[in-house]
Design a protein. Sequence first.
Length: 331
Amino acid sequence: MVRNSIGGKAMKIDTIREKLEHSFFPAVPIPFDRSGKIHETAQEQYVKYMDKQPITGVAVWAHTGRGLLITREQREYIFKSWRAGLSREKIIICGVGARTVKDLTEEKFIKNTLEMGIHAKDLGADAILAYPPTYYRGKEYMDKKIIDYHKKIAEIGLPIILFYLYDEAGGISYSQKVLEQLFSIENVVGIKMATLDSIVTYQDVSKLILDKFPHIKLITGEDRMFGYTIARGAAGALVGLGSACQKLQWEMMDSFFRRDYEDFVKLMLDVDRLAECTFIDPMEGYIERMLYILSLQGIIPEDAVNDPYGPGLKQQDKEEIRKILQELHLY
């Protein structure tokens, strides 16, 4: 049994695994004011809005929520804000990991990761999304270190969703042998795939799960290949794109699960258009672009469209986003 925030009762790892089937988890951003402080009014409005959307829950402290960049106090505020405002049946997944910075020792890297994970558990997180351990990229015994890292996180006692973020996307590659070891860890219930543009990698992992590890839930994190990856084996989604326009994305997923393939293709093309005006170069700008959509739709105020860690929002991006939203009848 593991501690769980739903109704204050403990929940088995298998129960979380079951809830990942046909699931939709937006990775949620944080609205900041122009001074770089969390815009608490906007945050409250956003949580209230999201509770009414067709979602299984949310992922906080993930990359979209700048989980490795914000302070411990900010992380705690964000978690408590979501837990207080979401219906009790909605799940909260917390990103857990550590930044790789100059002169960081392995001991400190692991310590920072475990402290974040224990903090998540103490607050009542339902599951962990384990950041890829980029500290080990290119290092000796990399594969063994990757496995050991996840085993240490597993000792926290929460269900774990692995995070496969391809090298070119700023992550670290997991070989098939590594994945087989990771899938054998008791707490591991799923894997989020975010390979950006590597269809082959996604296909290979999907096939591995189908052939050898059917108990592992494949979760797409592919904003730019969203529909395809649902059709190619994903049980659910955990995507930054889901931070806005949830109804469109859920209807796309649901149409596939219902085998209404004609409707699915139409909706997939609409979702692709949304992704193609938000998840573009510079890729780090996607967070502020998603916040901009939320402001256009009246969900958060315009002065909350700020990401102090991003490249800023170009006027050209704003114009394209408005155009696409109008054409999709989302604004």
